[in-house]
Design a protein around this ligand. Structure first.
Ligand code: SAM
Length: 476
């Protein structure tokens, strides 16, 4: 549990409301799941879901609440990227960013990918989504989650906000700063952890101020990436006014070219609290911010502010198109053979990039990134090896059912799926014949999980080793 000083501070701030707020700490946190609308409509998923689902509400049409006992993280539908496990309040953030298909969107502090997967879905995986995290390990997890989601139009970077500003300038239609914060809104979740050590939450007022200073710095840099007329959205999962209305007020005082706008409002979305910031920081419009409180909303604590860049001058950013150096035809030979045997649809070679033996399909809006550390650009198709092409796991997860020549499909309860996900080979059954020596996606209810290769009368397992489930009994 958080220390008593945290509760004393909240009591002072909330007054009459405090008892209801404090009571939420004795209740279990809500568990949420957001359906991947790039792969399946929420209603269709609900129909085939093995878990009982309840819609979170109009604010997030793909979001559902579910029973804590459901264990959705271990289900093969999760491995197929049909949903992301996300706390229900966190689903409000991308909805209020409100990205439109075709836009350029930057998620500046994106790992592990809750908001980025949501943004990609709302953008219908079009335009360009730059998902960045300053922490290298977290950026790798972000890439894995985006890969499972099946995105093709994302650029994943591991950069400091200032490096992003130097590389791109003011080119983005929308920039999201899901800021590192003191995380007070998640205390109830941590407090409910089964492990007693992790159940103790560290909190101090000094830490709150340190977060607030860092947030203002990140916001100032983020503003340099928003194009005139574009939007800057700031979110935290904390209650602390210093990090919420305070960070916004400090930013707006030095940035008169930004103003708060009224976001979409839904049931349970409360207003910002201008009276909680010091008088010398008071700024018009702070009540336009949105606060989600656990005692008013079925989710944890969140704060969201939507700001508009009010300059009307033309963007002078560096929308520098990517300088394609096309792979040679001989280098693409193995890819072409693979694609002819395995895939359907259009795989435009004029957007392909071959780097260190890895072949990528970049988004049509690809931009130069020469000064940044890239984690993933567009869709990794696979590796060009002497004499053959090895398809990437990312490609399997990005494939739509009509883009595959032949797949080996299993229903959700088939024992073959557990065997496949634990790395075992699968027998080729008579009804699957004739299967020739080819790469084949293994699918669950039609959704790809990964690759297998027909060889010597069985399906050799190519599910990535790092993702395999420990199930030694799973061999068929
Ligand atoms: N948006 C993520 C999601 O929905 O899954 C959660 C982001 S988390 C609240 C904040 C992120 O900020 C962390 O991943 C952390 O690595 C990153 N971060 C930490 N310090 C930062 C800084 N100075 N500038 C930008 N990002 C920072």
């Amino acid at each position: 549990m958080p220390p008593p000083e945290f509760f004393t501070k909240m009591e002072r701030l909330l007054g009459n409301e405090y008892a209801d707020f404090a009571a939420t700490f004795t209740q279990p946190p809500h568990v949420g799941l957001r359906v991947n609308t790039l792969k399946i409509a929420p209603g269709d998923f609900n129909t085939m879901s093995p878990f009982a689902l309840k819609p979170v509400g109009d604010y997030a049409p793909a979001g559902f609440l579910l029973d804590d006992a459901s264990k959705p993280g271990g289900h093969p539908y999760h491995a197929a990227g049909l949903y992301y496990l996300q706390e229900p309040s966190a689903m409000a953030v991308a909805q209020l960013v409100d990205p439109q298909p075709g836009e350029w969107v930057l998620d500046m502090a994106a790992a592990p990918g809750g908001k980025s997967t949501h943004l990609a879905a709302l953008m219908q995986d079009s335009g360009l989504l730059v998902a960045n995290d300053v922490d290298g390990k977290r950026a790798t997890i972000l890439a894995e989650n985006m890969e499972r989601w099946g995105t093709r139009h994302a650029l994943i970077t591991n950069a400091h906000p200032e490096q992003l500003a130097q590389q791109f300038g003011p080119v983005f239609d929308r920039v999201l700063v899901d800021a590192p914060c003191s995380g007070e809104g998640m205390f109830r979740r941590i407090g409910s952890a089964k492990d007693a050590k992790s159940a103790n939450v560290e909190w101090s007022q000094e830490q709150v101020w340190a977060c607030a200073r860092r947030q203002t710095a990140v916001l100032v840099t983020a503003a340099q990436l928003v194009k005139p007329g574009g939007r800057l959205v700031y979110a935290t999962c904390t209650f602390a006014p210093e990090e919420n209305e305070g960070s916004i007020a400090r930013f707006l005082l030095t940035h008169p070219n930004f103003e708060l706008v009224e976001p979409l409002r839904f049931e349970g979305f409360e207003r910002g609290r201008p009276s909680w910031v010091a008088d010398d920081l008071s700024h018009e419009g702070l009540e336009k911010c949105a606060r989600l409180w656990p005692h008013h909303f079925p989710g944890e604590g969140h704060f969201i502010a939507v700001m508009q860049h009010v300059d009307t001058k033309k963007p002078e950013g560096f929308r520098k198109p990517f300088g394609f150096k096309l792979p040679k035809s001989t280098e693409l030979k193995v890819w072409r053979e693979f694609a002819r045997a395995t895939l359907r649809g259009d795989w435009p070679e004029e957007r392909m990039l071959l780097k260190n033996g890895r072949l990528y399909l970049l988004p049509p809006d690809a931009i130069e990134t020469d000064r940044l550390k890239l984690v993933r650009y567009g869709l990794l198709l696979g590796e060009v090896r002497p004499g053959y092409f090895k398809p990437a796991h990312a490609l399997a997860l990005a494939l739509k059912p009509d883009e595959v020549v032949t797949a080996v499909n299993f229903p959700a309860d088939a024992p073959e799926l557990a065997a496949y996900l634990s790395g075992h080979p699968l027998p080729i059954t008579d009804d699957q014949l004739p299967i020739t020596d080819n790469w084949l996606p293994i699918t669950i209810s039609g959704f790809p999980l990964g690759w297998a290769k027909a060889s010597g009368g069985q399906l050799k397992n190519h599910y990535p080793r790092g993702l395999r489930m420990v199930n030694p009994e799973g061999r068929l």
